[in-house]
Design a protein around this ligand. Structure first.
Ligand SMILES: [Zn+2]
Ligand SMILES: [Zn+2]
Length: 255
């Protein structure tokens, strides 16, 4: 059994909104948006692995500070799994000794705060019986989704993506899917913006869900801040037969 807690699931910030961060059990984060900032120091110290979907700020915002705050209390580096392209972007633009210290060699090269680990589409990381597999995504920068398999059931997360054929093809091979968490950033009328920036709309979501060959709990995330209600209304109109549910911060899913 795995436990997934939603620490952040909004496309933006403001008051009680937090950007993307999912916690798997006590020791794994998926993305490190502003939701990660709600963990207390003890909670941050327990995080051994972060799996990033892509390099955008709303998904990595807290990573530099989490690494820093927890680092001195940890004995081993935090392992950050991401596409090679994402790692290169973070090294060049974030952990570059200018915007933030290079924690891949600081505070000491033999025991830094962070260790990057490359992961590619289709690859699986095994962590104490838990399987985490990188799924394809189509975004404005190189991006991944992820599949979490407890052995009993699986939970799939799209990350940021527009309609991605390879993603839906890979889902067909999952025999035990319990939940599918999909982004739905833009309203239907913003279809051009969605295509250019690599996001979904309720219309694209209905095209994707039509390819799902078995039932699963459909969870909706990453809607534009302040447009949740309008977006969910469109999703219920075009995808109502799948029983889509809006994910909220604090929600917990066992699978
Ligand atoms: Zn993005
Ligand atoms: Zn995003």
């Amino acid at each position: 059994m795995m436990k997934l807690t939603i620490l952040g699931c909004s496309g933006g910030v403001g008051a009680d909104l937090r950007t993307t961060c999912l916690q798997l059990d006590d020791d794994i984060l998926i993305d490190c948006g502003t939701g990660a900032g709600d963990l207390d120091l003890e909670g941050m110290r327990k995080i051994d692995h972060v799996f990033l979907t892509h390099s955008h700020m709303d998904h990595i915002a807290m990573l530099p500070m989490l690494a820093d705050s927890a680092g001195s209390f940890r004995k081993i580096p935090l392992v950050v799994h991401a596409l090679p392209e994402t790692i290169a972007i973070l090294k060049t633009h974030v952990f570059n000794s200018l915007l933030w210290p290079d924690y891949t060699v600081q505070p000491a090269p033999e025991n830094p705060y962070i260790r990057f680990e490359a992961i590619r589409v289709g690859e699986t990381v095994f962590l104490d019986g838990r399987k985490i597999t990188a799924l394809p995504a189509l975004h404005s920068v190189p991006a991944l989704g992820y599949l979490f398999d407890s052995g009993e059931h699986s939970f799939a997360f799209s990350g940021d993506t527009t309609l991605c054929d390879a993603f839906w093809e890979m889902l067909k091979k999952v025999g035990n899917l319990r939940y599918l968490m999909m982004e739905a950033t833009f309203l239907k009328r913003n279809i051009e913006r969605a295509r250019i920036s690599g996001h979904m709309t309720p219309g694209l979501l209905s095209q994707g869900l039509a390819r799902l060959e078995y039932p699963a709990g459909i969870l909706i995330t990453h809607m534009e801040a302040g447009r949740n209600e309008e977006t969910m209304k469109e999703i219920r109109a075009s995808c109502g037969q799948y029983g889509p549910i809006e994910v909220r911060r604090g929600d917990v899913f066992d699978f």
